[in-house]
Design a protein around this ligand. Structure first.
Ligand SMILES: Cc1cc2nc3c(=O)[nH]c(=O)nc-3n(C[C@H](O)[C@H](O)[C@H](O)COP(=O)(O)OP(=O)(O)OC[C@H]3O[C@@H](n4cnc5c(N)ncnc54)[C@H](O)[C@@H]3O)c2cc1C
Ligand code: HEM
Length: 376
């Protein structure tokens, strides 16, 4: 496998400069050879933001770290059941993928490279096919009725939904969501509560300009509508065995998974202190601060610190989250959770590392596109 890894790394380096063309060719070939697959994909394909192709590249890049890749593929496979992916489709995707890479590798292609690609892709496909089969007894997706839409700002809504059957998940996880206004387009949103007896889920959605799904959820969704939820995903969950104190860092609606984790702690924690830093640009973006303050009033182990970076009249912490974190602490013996935009996550993780927090103690979810995956 290590020889394959080297070959594939070199092969990826070849196509890196023409990555967008490879992605375009991949889909063109997939749909020309398999027109019946087109209806599984969104009406408008935004190749710049393509995730399927990126994921395939990521699998190859991390193929020598199966302990990371296998759980990721298993989650993806469970999630792919909502697209009605069947085992036979994997061969079609593999053919289009490897065909696209060959097309743009110009002279640098050989039977050996092709065989290495097929070996690696087949292992990934087999892992996904098996994981999907093992999840056969669970729903491919859940229907959930919107029970409330609370618009907290022009661009932020807190939405409660009632799934039609139990939705088992861990606090800190997220679900992919499809709404009736934008069919076949799924985006991830984090549950903002720990599992409740009545099964209701809370989501915090912030719309980004012309964002397809966030715009529809914030501006158009009404009570009684049905949204679809994919199975729970994500690994940003609490280690209940750990004795360490906790640091939660939330940027904007990155508060959602932090609130779920704190909601969970509320049920069993007595010994670990927890600090929540809730960072936004404008004070009006502190859309759920009252709820968090009420929790802090009730639970002495919880401290909530709002931070506003662009409102010079704000009476509290006026700085970006990394700067505010640097003023508090120390954090090097805490378990840390962070959630928010990719920029906020990048800056926060860099600051925490500077503050001597070991990388393995920082769990995070970035709410957007990671940097283009480059062969390293
Ligand atoms: C693990 C995970 C959990 C998430 N949880 C939440 C959550 O709880 N609440 C929440 O509000 N969002 C969350 N998100 C983000 C969410 O999934 C969507 O990416 C977001 O709502 C934009 O989707 P859209 O369809 O509205 O925008 P799109 O139609 O995908 O994008 C519209 C435009 O906005 C740009 N854009 C997209 N994302 C960003 C960004 N982050 N910053 C700046 N510009 C951007 C695009 O380039 C495009 O031009 C999460 C994302 C991930 C990966
Ligand atoms: C090893 C094989 C595969 C990997 C690693 C993979 C990975 C991914 C990833 C990461 C996403 C994005 C998910 C998200 O953002 O929520 C995705 C989307 C998708 N995948 Fe796969 N996938 C594989 C095989 C397949 C197959 C065989 C099909 C069937 C045709 C398929 C159909 C889809 C569809 C329809 C989407 C949604 C695309 C979109 O929204 O733009 N995938 N895949």
């Amino acid at each position: 496998m290590s020889n394959d890894y080297q070959l594939l790394k070199e092969s990826l380096a070849q196509i890196e400069p023409v990555y967008d063309k490879v992605t375009g060719y991949f889909y063109a070939r997939l749909f020309v050879e398999n027109p019946h697959l087109r209806s599984m994909f969104p009406l408008t394909m935004d190749l710049q933001r393509d995730r399927l192709f990126r994921a395939l590249v990521h699998v190859v890049q991390a193929v020598d770290q199966p302990e990371q890749v296998v759980p990721m593929l298993q989650q993806l496979a469970r999630d792919h059941r909502k697209f009605q992916v069947e085992p036979a489709h994997y061969d079609a995707v593999g053919r289009a993928l490897i065909g696209a890479i060959r097309q743009y590798s110009y002279g640098e292609w050989s039977d050996e490279i092709e065989a290495a690609w097929w070996r690696t892709y087949s292992v990934a496909a087999r892992t996904m096919i098996d994981a999907a089969a093992a999840a056969d007894h669970t729903p491919a997706f859940w229907n959930a009725e919107v029970v409330s839409v609370d618009r907290r700002a022009h661009d932020i809504a807190v939405i409660h939904v009632q799934p039609n059957q139990p939705y088992p998940y861990e606090p800190g996880q997220y679900a992919s969501v499809e709404c009736i206004h934008v069919p076949r387009v799924w985006r991830q949103y984090s549950m903002a509560n720990a599992p409740r007896r009545d099964g209701q889920l809370e989501f915090h959605v912030r719309t980004l300009g012309a964002g397809w799904v966030s715009g529809a959820l914030v501006r158009r969704t009404t009570v009684g509508e049905i949204i679809k939820l994919g199975p729970p995903m994500g690994t940003m969950v609490l280690d209940r065995e750990s004795q360490r104190d906790l640091l939660f860092v939330a940027g904007g609606t990155g508060l959602a998974p932090m609130k779920a984790l704190i909601d969970d702690l509320r049920r069993w924690n007595t010994t670990r202190t927890a600090h929540l830093f809730f960072g936004v640009r404008k004070a009006t973006d502190l859309y759920d601060l009252d709820a968090m303050r009420q929790l802090a009033d009730r639970y002495p182990w919880l401290t909530v610190v709002p931070a506003v970076s662009e409102d010079f009249d704000y009476p509290g912490e006026r700085a970006s989250l990394p700067a505010v974190l640097g003023r508090h602490g120390p954090w090097y013996s805490h378990d840390v959770f962070a959630s928010g935009s990719p920029d906020m996550i990048r800056a926060t993780v860099a600051k925490l590392r500077e503050l001597q927090v070991p990388a393995e103690r920082i769990k995070f979810d970035a709410f957007g596109e990671p940097d283009r995956l480059k062969p390293s």
